[in-house]
Write a protein that binds this ligand. Structure first.
Ligand SMILES: NC(=O)c1ccc[n+]([C@@H]2O[C@H](COP(=O)([O-])OP(=O)(O)OC[C@H]3O[C@@H](n4cnc5c(N)ncnc54)[C@H](O)[C@@H]3O)[C@@H](O)[C@H]2O)c1
Length: 323
């Protein structure tokens, strides 16, 4: 089996998860790890028997790379991707793809021109619960999708990049992007959003701590998303969807999907591959078709979050096509 040699740009919490997954995939080998925090680069490199770097340009000078992972704070996206593309390497980049639409579209244009395999970290698309939901909804008419992302990650250091609007884009861009992506994945493209936001509790940050978004889908379906990171409870209300289709209700969450059969609620799911397995196999085979979250698709999900923030700031509906 051909070995796939991988470099990492960014070695924080999320990257560690991918590195651990890759360690269990036959034929995948991490050869270089870059982080501007030299301690992080060094300790991750030691764990994975790789070489540490503190500048991504130095990592990209290696001549043995087959693919790159980018797992960076949102505001850092741009030059690292453009350098990876110039080097002609397939890449997996974490969501959201950029802090603004201009950067995302510049990278998208470069990716398209280079014809590279790309994958964005919308791993919920690969779950068994998602695949079953897609099967159930095939050929069905969706009336309404209600999404929720309630969690506690707004609490904590207000100076962390996550809790600064100009560095993360706030919860809708950085986090509830997963729920928005699932609403798109199941309900199709979104044409217009109208959002309201409040910041009444976590006032030490400039990010809203509560978001309410109404969505108009191109199909004619409507949707509603509420997102808060001020909620002190557990994660059971993060990334959950209720879908109304032809008078039936389907509850989806990452670990299962529940549907009514003969008047009874029935839980269903099945195993799915990890996003890392899918990406490594695509790089090895050159066949990108199993990748469910390519770069250009992820730009559309970013557009919805950005439009929702704009809508709330300007108190008006925003058409996605106007961005
Ligand atoms: N798919 C998911 O479910 C999921 C989960 C968590 C995080 N994420 C995403 O992963 C990304 C990273 O999140 P995180 O929680 O790991 O953040 P983090 O802050 O823990 O890690 C980011 C790392 O990037 C490094 N870095 C910053 N600028 C750099 C540069 N120019 N070159 C190299 N390294 C640089 C930082 O030093 C840090 O170690 C974010 O986009 C986040 O939204 C995705």
């Amino acid at each position: 089996m051909k070995e796939v040699k991988i470099g990492f740009i960014g070695a924080g919490g999320n990257a560690s998860g991918h590195m651990n997954q890759l360690a269990g995939i036959e034929g995948a080998r991490i050869v270089g790890i870059c982080d501007i925090d030299s301690g992080r680069a060094q300790s991750a490199a030691e764990r994975h028997n790789a070489y540490p770097y503190t500048a991504h340009q130095d990592l990209l000078e290696r001549d043995d790379l087959d693919a790159v992972y980018l797992s960076l704070p949102v505001f850092v996206h741009g030059q690292p991707e453009l350098d990876v593309i110039a080097r002609g390497l397939p890449f997996l980049v974490e969501k959201p793809v950029a802090i603004n639409i201009d950067i995302a579209r510049e990278i998208e244009a470069a990716v398209t021109k280079a014809g590279l395999i790309t994958c964005v970290g919308y791993q919920l698309r690969y779950l068994g619960s998602t695949r079953i939901t897609q099967q159930i909804l095939q050929e069905r008419t969706i009336n309404m999708i209600v999404g929720k992302y309630w969690c506690s990650t707004g609490h904590g250091d207000p100076n962390a990049w996550l809790r600064q609007m100009n560095k993360s884009g706030g919860q809708l861009v950085e986090q509830a992007t997963h729920t928005i992506d699932m609403m798109r994945y199941m309900g199709g493209e979104v044409e217009t959003v109208y959002a309201m936001q409040a910041n009444r509790f976590l006032k030490e940050t400039d990010c809203p701590d509560a978001n309410s978004v109404t969505l108009q889908f191109a199909s004619g379906a409507i949707g509603s998303l509420t997102a808060t990171w001020a909620y002190a409870g557990d994660w059971s209300n993060a990334n959950v969807l209720d879908l109304l289709y032809e008078g039936e209700l389907l509850n989806w969450n990452p670990s299962r999907v529940s549907v009514r059969e003969d008047g009874e609620w029935v839980d269903k799911t099945e195993p799915g591959p990890t996003i890392d397995e899918v990406f490594v196999n695509a790089v090895r085979s050159g066949d990108a078709s199993p990748i469910l979250s390519p770069y250009s698709d992820a730009v559309k999900t970013l557009e919805i979050s950005i439009a929702a923030n704009l809508s709330a700031q300007e108190n008006r509906p925003v058409e996605i096509a106007s961005l």
